[in-house]
Design a protein around this ligand. Structure first.
Ligand code: BGC
Length: 366
């Protein structure tokens, strides 16, 4: 009896040790990825977008952003290298007053601020350059990207303050034109993240039809590296590649949740998100299916750049119906999404730090 008890204890100890070793080796390999320099972005030509690359690629940069020279060369800044192929040379010559392709004040990894977050009013005075509704554009040059940051939200005020403090500081270093849209679900129904993002997208372009893309952003995710550019993607871009609470590992290939970027046209092409996912899970997987159906693919920045810290929160109740709607998703793309979206706007305020949209969401028929 005593011996078998000791054996069991020894086994438990060994298993615990193995788990700890695995944990540290995962952390170590994530850290090691950072030491590999320099970061490489590939410029894809038009033909490349269909087929020559697999469904997942590192970030694609639009070759039309560059002027062409016959020789192959690379552009090196202190942190980022752009690699181009022969006949697709890049130059940053700028005659139009546009902001530089690579913002000059990037630092790479920076400490995310999660403590001592000021109250909203105090925070508002920290960002005097913001236009009403949490909008901003670079004062000294013309932004290359006009981006609506859409945040589905309910009942997480401390997270919202941490998000706003970090995101405004972060985005202003990137020299993009942006607005922050907090889309809050009224009432006590299960949370419908996807429908809130549809509402945010519709309302943002209603306000400012010149937005070129959306970044759909969970309020509890804070970017840790300012090279993670919140620009408009050529192909839909999954941004939250490595999250601390997932040990900085991508949980699975097709994941499209957390933070993701799509152009206005890509979003229209897939008819936005499904409106039928009430409660946690599945809506982002359904979007990944929509992208595949419309022959779009998911692009990503390297994992050592696209890093996020997740703020702590309780576990939400998973939606038991998510698999049913996932399996039947392909049939509904044409009729369940932006074109079937209905909501009641309960309130709409251009606050100092963000545009606040409070909505009541109806249950729509499948
Ligand atoms: C859910 C997704 C979620 C992912 C990561 C999946 O099982 O369906 O909605 O983003 O897990 O948490």
């Amino acid at each position: 009896m005593g011996r078998s008890y000791l054996t069991v204890r020894a086994l438990v100890l060994i298993v615990t040790l193995l788990v700890i070793i695995e944990y540290f080796s995962l952390m170590q390999s994530a850290e090691n990825a950072d030491k590999k320099a320099p970061i490489v972005f590939r410029i894809l030509e038009d033909g490349d977008r269909e087929g020559r690359y697999s469904r997942h690629v590192l970030q694609a940069l639009d070759s039309s952003l560059y002027s062409y020279s016959p020789k192959q060369h690379s552009l090196v800044t202190d942190r980022v290298t752009l690699v181009t192929r022969p006949g697709n040379g890049a130059s940053v010559t700028n005659t139009s007053g546009q902001c530089p392709l690579i913002p000059p004040s990037l630092h790479g990894r920076f400490p995310v601020q999660v403590t001592d977050i000021p109250e909203m009013d105090a925070m508002a005075s920290m960002f005097p350059q913001l236009q009403p509704g949490g909008r901003w554009s670079p004062p000294d040059c013309k932004a290359r990207h006009k981006v609506a940051i859409i945040v589905p939200y309910r009942d997480r005020e401390p997270h919202l303050r941490a998000f706003l403090l970090n995101i405004h500081t972060f985005l202003q270093k990137q020299q993009i034109e942006y607005g922050v849209y907090i889309v809050e679900q009224d009432g006590n129904q299960p949370f419908n993240r996807a429908m809130l993002m549809n509402v945010g997208a519709a309302e943002a372009v209603k306000q400012h039809p010149d937005y070129q893309c959306y970044i759909f952003h969970d309020v509890d995710l804070l970017p840790e590296d300012d090279r993670n550019l919140y620009t408009c993607p050529i192909q839909p871009r999954h941004m939250s590649v490595s999250i601390d609470s997932f040990l900085y590992r991508l949980p699975y290939d097709d994941i499209f949740g957390g933070v993701s970027a799509m152009t206005v046209d890509q979003f229209k092409a897939v008819n936005g998100f499904s409106n039928l996912f009430w409660g946690w899970g599945g809506e982002d997987d359904d979007m990944a299916n929509r992208l595949r159906l419309k022959k779009l693919f998911i692009s990503r920045y390297p994992a050592n750049i696209a890093r996020y810290k997740m703020l702590k929160h309780g576990k939400e109740k998973a939606n038991p119906e998510r698999f049913k709607y996932l399996y039947s998703g392909a049939k509904r793309v044409g009729r369940d999404g932006l074109n079937s979206l209905k909501y009641t706007k309960v309130d709409f305020v251009l606050k100092k730090l963000y545009t606040w949209i409070l909505v009541d969401l109806p249950h729509l028929k499948p």
